[in-house]
Unconditional design. Structure first.
Length: 453
């Protein structure tokens, strides 16, 4: 497995080990996840090198992010070994289970983990770390169900053959793959065509998701408003959110995770768990105890009365939802440090990113995290920062180091600092806390909780 320490690949490696495969793999740097995989029996090599591939390798598994000139891939082609996309391994691991897939532009990881919790004893492969996953999103359960996060970014979801699908929402993302929202809709429509007539499609409260679900041959359970909704999301109060079912059932759902978007995610997971035969009250109680996945409003620490939280949000809709959740939880100011992800996404969605960030009191925008893309000199995080509107105070930081310095200068006791993005901005939280501890000696707290606790 090339890139075995990645979020998706590490989970697949863990599942493959638990399923009885002999697993070896490489990654560019060491990590606790690699240490855990080695403890489970994986043969791990740090650094990409053809010599890392032993003589017993039968096939090589890669993700879309692996370059074609990777030395292990070059060696695999020299030996004539099969080279599989990671989604093909996922399909193999799901055999013998009843498959449930969670798809959509936003919320897949959280909803997959909520569904895993609701089912109680399922297996899962989620794109973020989950409880019981050893730092990965993988769990090998004893029950019949297998929950898989379906990835549309490279169209690999079209390899899955699930019995049930949750389609949360349909939005234009992954601009290097999809030229238009129409292309995105076509791929999701083709995916829903793979659901059998005796399966189910749960559609989140999104007009495009509803329309695609209605066109599927499988029965649809639509979540949202209106007389044709299978489950309606009602008023939110101090005890939770009222959910009303078309068959007359009702319950009040209390969640440990913040935000209206998570109520919608939970409603979709409940609808699918109900179809799987889990009593709705039991499923709701299990989801109520769910505390989140890695990098989704994840508390990193507090120093000087300033709370630091990390979140994966990198699309305008995700940023808006995360900032709205922060406003729900936190009475003070919100300072957002955002690292744009991909030149193609920033070029296509720059104004929308700026509009979403304008919901913060302070917004610090770094330079773009290129990931797999070549640098584009015509696109910069500076443009996003410049488009943020008052009264939000906006600044551009060319590096993460500069962003941390600006945040420490601007933040004050009582503030919530959010690090946002899909790149290495996730490393910034610890640096911020060290700097804040220097400013406010003796105040560092890693063991506290966010204001939601």
């Amino acid at each position: 497995m090339v890139g075995i320490g990645g979020a998706g690949m590490s989970g697949l490696a863990r599942l493959a080990l638990q399923a009885g495969y002999r697993v070896s793999g490489t990654d560019r740097s060491s990590s606790p996840v690699l240490d855990d995989l080695a403890a489970l029996g994986a043969d791990i090599h740090v650094g990409h090198d053809a010599a890392a591939m032993g003589p017993g390798v039968d096939e090589v598994v890669v993700s879309t992010a692996i370059a074609t000139d990777n030395p292990e891939l070059v060696e695999a082609r020299r030996r004539g070994l099969p080279i599989r996309h990671r989604s093909e391994l996922l399909v193999a691991l799901m055999r013998g289970h009843r498959g449930l897939a969670v798809a959509g532009a936003h919320g897949k990881s959280t909803t997959s983990a909520m569904l895993l919790a609701a089912l109680g004893d399922a297996s899962a492969c989620v794109g973020a770390s989950v409880t019981g996953g050893g730092g990965t999103g993988a769990v090998w359960g004893s029950g019949p169900w297998f929950v898989a996060e379906a990835d549309e970014s490279d169209r690999s979801l079209l390899r899955l053959e699930p019995d049930g699908v949750i389609l949360l929402n349909v939005d234009h993302d992954h601009h290097a793959t999809y030229a238009s929202i129409g292309e995105v809709e076509d791929v999701f429509a083709a995916f829903l065509d793979r659901v059998p007539a005796d399966g189910v499609v749960v559609a989140g409260p999104d007009p495009r998701a509803w329309r695609l679900a209605a066109a599927s041959r499988a029965p649809a359970r639509r979540i949202g408003e209106g007389s044709d909704a299978w489950l309606r999301i009602g008023a939110r109060g101090p005890e939770g959110t009222v959910l009303e079912f078309a068959d007359g059932r009702a319950l009040t759902l209390a969640l440990a995770v913040p935000g209206a978007h998570n109520v919608e995610n939970a409603a979709c997971a409940l609808a699918m768990a109900d179809w799987c035969g889990v009593p709705i009250g039991i499923a709701a109680d299990r989801i109520g105890g769910f505390t989140g996945v890695g990098r989704r409003f994840e508390f990193r620490g507090r120093a000087g009365g300033i709370t630091v939280v990390d979140d994966y949000a990198h699309h305008p809709a995700e940023i808006a939802a995360t900032l709205a959740a922060a406003r729900e939880l936190h009475p003070g100011r919100v300072v957002a440090i955002f690292q744009p992800h991909l030149y193609s996404r920033t070029a296509a969605l720059g104004p929308e990113l700026a509009a979403a960030l304008s919901a913060a009191d302070v917004a610090i925008v770094t330079e773009i995290y290129a990931a797999r893309e070549a640098r584009d000199p015509n696109v910069s995080g500076r443009q996003v920062a410049a488009a943020i509107t008052p009264p939000t105070h906006a600044e551009f930081a060319p590096t993460l180091d500069a962003a941390a310095a600006i945040a420490v200068r601007l933040a004050r006791p009582g503030d919530l600092v959010l690090t946002l993005g899909a790149g290495d901005v996730t490393t910034l939280g610890e640096d911020l806390l060290r700097r804040l501890e220097y400013e406010y000696p003796g105040s560092l707290d890693h063991e506290g909780a966010t204001d939601s606790a």
